[in-house]
Design a protein around this ligand. Sequence first.
Ligand code: SAH
Ligand code: SF4
Length: 379
Amino acid sequence: MAANLLDFDLEGLAAFCDSLGEKRFRAVQLYRWIHQKGATDFAQMSDLAKSLRAKLADTAELRALPLISEHVSADGTVKWLFDVGQGNAVETVFIPEDDRGTLCVSSQAGCAVGCRFCSTGHQGFSRNLSTGEIVGQLWFAEHRLRQRLGLGQAGGKPERAIDNVVMMGMGEPLQNYAALVPALRTMLDDHGYGLSRRRVTVSTSGMVTMIDRLRQDCPVALAVSLHAPNDALRDALVPLNRKDGLQALLDACVRYLDAAPRDFVTFEYCMLDGVNDTPELAHELVRLVLHRVPCKFNLIPFNPFPASGLKRSPRERVTAFAKVLQDAGIVTTIRKTRGDDIDAACGQLAGEVQDRTGARARLARRREMIPIAVAGAAP
Ligand code: SAH
Ligand code: SF4
């Protein structure tokens, strides 16, 4: 099959061009055509020699993800659903803000981690996305939005629609590491999307050894989905925690900060009614992280979905929880829910993923076995 050029970071494309007998600067030109200009047709690439364009037409293609649907929310949030084959789909969400545009990108069809409160996790794991399928979400969204928003040139450079990427869509990015890293490199490359390391965030449910590898290979901003201040509760909410535990996770966060582009880790904490939202747990959280991990907290009001059997914490409980953290001097924000009307909020990205692994049945059994209500309110 023809090579998909979206699969390559710049080094990979240089190696591919080398195999065609072409110099590195040709790879740079080609890479810029693809990522900076959104070109799809080699015939458009006017500064490439005709002979190279012919070679490319024979050996390569730009295989974008087939679009299934596009939904635009009243608040400007856009959600795209892409077909990844065999009845599976993944979602990508654009969130416009006053001073920037953020793209929430998926890394897998489904997810094997199986967090209790996550609709992707409830579907089970289907497959890893390729580098081209990860980068392809940014490629598509950036050029689609530029067209839609009528963005032009600013100081000789194209105006960007997206200046912030968060790997917070479907899937656990660090369980798809080999495809993730070249995708991140294209996001960062000056000849690619030129995003700053501080504005590319990998969000993980906490795979300790992979956090260490990311630190060495491609340190970008790190968000860790914490959700609980102790192992007993975290084991029940994020099954992966049973492997390494919280102490090892926090140590990995501290090590990560040596190389990170920011001087803090963002902890995400999904607020579940009666499960992890009491003031006692907030104090326990402060004791866990204070003077140990430079961090900020982002409290995410739980976005319910029918199969979860869980409820969103009431607003007052979320603000009271935030206040305990803030009073301890920890910067804490409460995430605004965006794109509610198009099911584009965190954890609602469901796609139409087939359950190949029986995870849904396992989760249903696990729900019966693990008591997760800690504040008297049964889910
Ligand atoms: N697998 C990675 C990234 C994808 S999930 C991770 O777990 O970090 C992105 C964020 O959405 C995580 O912080 C996750 O905890 C949160 N999330 C998942 N389901 C949610 C839900 N139903 N409501 C609110 N946040 C949710
Ligand atoms: Fe996977 Fe993240 Fe959802 Fe957990 S929260 S199941 S790690 S996508």
